[in-house]
Write a protein that binds this ligand. Structure first.
Ligand code: 6PG
Length: 248
């Protein structure tokens, strides 16, 4: 790991412990804000256990649903009821059962193009935030959840793609991808993702060890460039932890 790295790496035993640790951090972020809370969820398979945990009685009861709003950091451009749709998974597992529907903010994928959807979602984020540009003293999100792809992508910001360099837009269309599912995407940009009190990566499984080693040794992959203006935390299970890792 590079020295003076501001990212906090928290090792956990396994995926179940990882989900628990993520749930506790999410609840702590909600508790730290007595007003309207904004959580930016993520897709992929890693967050599913967390979402399932949030649906259990002991966690569900600790969430003040009437003041929490739920966004998504990136979306596959497939219909809202497609199993590959990131928000559909979160809705199915927990949101639709507990969150007021006006507090669920999906990226629209049922009309137009990824570019049109990105413009609509940017408008929605701006109207929720109530201002432009983003003010570092007033982050857009309380918590941004993210995962890491085996190629070092995060959200739908892929290595070498121009969308990674976007500094002005909050949301962009990504017409094609080189990882599964091979469908167009819509993604929040690095500046929009950065506007949070805490950015929380969930990384688990041996399949992530190689890319995590690259990320922690200073390679400038998108998942390494995604940093919160507040705190950036990686929850990593034992299987994904680089062999030479020696502390947080
Ligand atoms: C997506 C994601 C993507 C994901 C990583 C990790 O739409 O696929 O948002 O960035 O978080 O690819 O995915 P896993 O959790 O499945 O490993």
């Amino acid at each position: 790991m590079v020295s003076n790295d501001p990212r906090e790496i928290i090792p956990v035993a396994d995926p179940a412990e990882l989900a628990k640790a993520a749930a506790e951090r999410l609840l702590a972020r909600i508790a730290a804000n007595s007003g309207r809370v904004a959580i930016c969820l993520t897709g992929g398979s890693s967050p599913k256990a967390l979402y399932e945990l949030l649906a259990t009685e002991s966690y569900r009861a600790r969430i003040p649903w009437e003041r929490v709003h739920w966004f998504i950091g990136d979306e596959r451009f497939v219909p809202p009821d497609d199993a590959r749709n990131n928000m559909a998974m979160a809705r199915h597992v927990f949101l639709d059962r507990f969150a007021p529907s006006s507090h669920i903010h999906p990226i629209p994928t049922d009309l137009g193009s990824p570019d049109e959807a990105s413009a609509l979602y940017e408008d929605e984020l701006k109207s929720f935030y109530g201002a432009t540009p983003l003010d570092p003293m007033r982050p857009l999100f309380d918590l941004v959840l993210l995962g890491v792809g085996p190629d070092g992508h995060t959200a739908s910001l892929f290595p070498g793609y121009p969308q990674v360099e976007e500094q002005r837009r909050w949301v962009v269309g990504v017409p094609q991808t080189h990882v599964e599912p091979f469908v167009p995407r819509v993604s929040l940009t690095l500046p929009a993702l950065a506007s949070c009190h805490e950015m929380l990566f969930e990384v688990s499984g041996t399949g992530k060890r190689a890319v995590l080693t690259r990320l922690l040794s200073g390679e400038t992959l998108p998942a390494a460039r995604a940093r919160s203006i507040g705190t950036t935390v990686f929850l990593v299970d034992k299987a994904a932890l680089p062999e030479n890792f020696c502390g947080g």
